[in-house]
Ligand binder design. Structure first.
Ligand SMILES: Nc1nc2c(ncn2[C@@H]2O[C@H](COP(=O)(O)OP(=O)(O)O)[C@@H](O)[C@H]2O)c(=O)[nH]1
Ligand SMILES: [Mg+2]
Length: 238
């Protein structure tokens, strides 16, 4: 079974489309946990009313830590119990049809599988130009500089094995940089990381909550951590 974690911030216009898409695109058995920050979030009533209609288990979970997407994802990890944990966005941005293949790769011994927009077959559709450019440059250059086996380390759409979640304590403090943190830590500790092509679409409904200038330094911390560990400290434990 795949534990699917969805952080939400006022996704009332998207959440039912997401539930339907999960049902259609992912054949593996699955459970979806929607993590919201506060009871007034407009996702909550819509999800609660319809969550019994999709033929797989859907749970609503309040963020247990503090507001924000990162704490929502951390909460999702805390309440997950399965060996495979997939993080997806509620705004229909991710190629959910590759989730079964991600699960198969974990079954075959990989520890972490990254959805990758920047490898052959992957693509990014829309979104702010500068954000896309930074993310692509960071992903491709880190791959070249450190041989990390993904060109898209900043993508949040990843499937984690429980081995990864149990081994590392998340140190990230904001935004979505938890995905890059866990990926680089898994890699520098010799765990098996891989990528498969994935398409990413900018949202049609609702508003992006991405704070590029605030979060950029947080991403860069893990970018340079990876370079430091692979160039100068491969044998030292983080
Ligand atoms: N719980 C929670 N989820 C959030 C927050 N901000 C964004 N999200 C969710 O994280 C996902 C991606 O957010 P989005 O704003 O679209 O980021 P972008 O795709 O990078 O522009 C969506 O599912 C949002 O609902 C937040 O402050 N709290
Ligand atoms: Mg989005």
């Amino acid at each position: 079974m795949i534990d699917i974690i969805v952080p939400v911030f006022n996704e009332g216009a998207n959440i039912l489309k997401l539930f339907a898409k999960v049902g259609q695109a992912i054949k593996s058995s699955k459970r979806v946990t929607v993590i919201y920050d506060y009871d007034e979030d407009n996702t909550v009533p819509v999800a609660r009313e319809h969550m019994g209609e999709y033929g797989y288990e859907i749970r609503l979970q309040r963020n247990l830590i503090a507001r924000g997407a990162l704490n929502a994802i951390k909460t999702g990890f805390q309440v997950s119990t399965e060996d495979k944990v997939l993080v997806i966005m509620a705004d229909l941005s991710d190629s959910l049809e590759i989730a079964d293949k991600m699960a198969e790769l974990l079954d075959n011994g990989y520890d972490l599988v990254c959805g990758s927009r920047y490898m052959s077959g992957g693509k990014q559709h829309g979104g702010p130009l500068l954000k896309g450019l930074f993310s692509r440059c960071a992903g491709v250059s880190l791959h070249i500089l450190t041989r990390i086996p993904t060109r898209d380390v900043t993508n949040s759409f990843k499937m984690y094995s429980r081995r990864v979640l149990e081994r590392f304590t998340v140190e990230s403090t904001g935004g979505f940089e938890l995905g890059i943190e866990l990926t680089v830590k898994a890699y520098v500790h010799g765990m098996r990381v891989t990528e498969i092509p994935s398409q990413w679409y900018d949202r049609a409904e609702g508003e992006s909550n991405f704070k590029m200038w605030k979060w950029l330094p947080k991403y860069l911390r893990w970018y340079f951590y990876c370079i430091g560990k692979t160039w100068f400290g491969r044998n030292k434990k983080a």
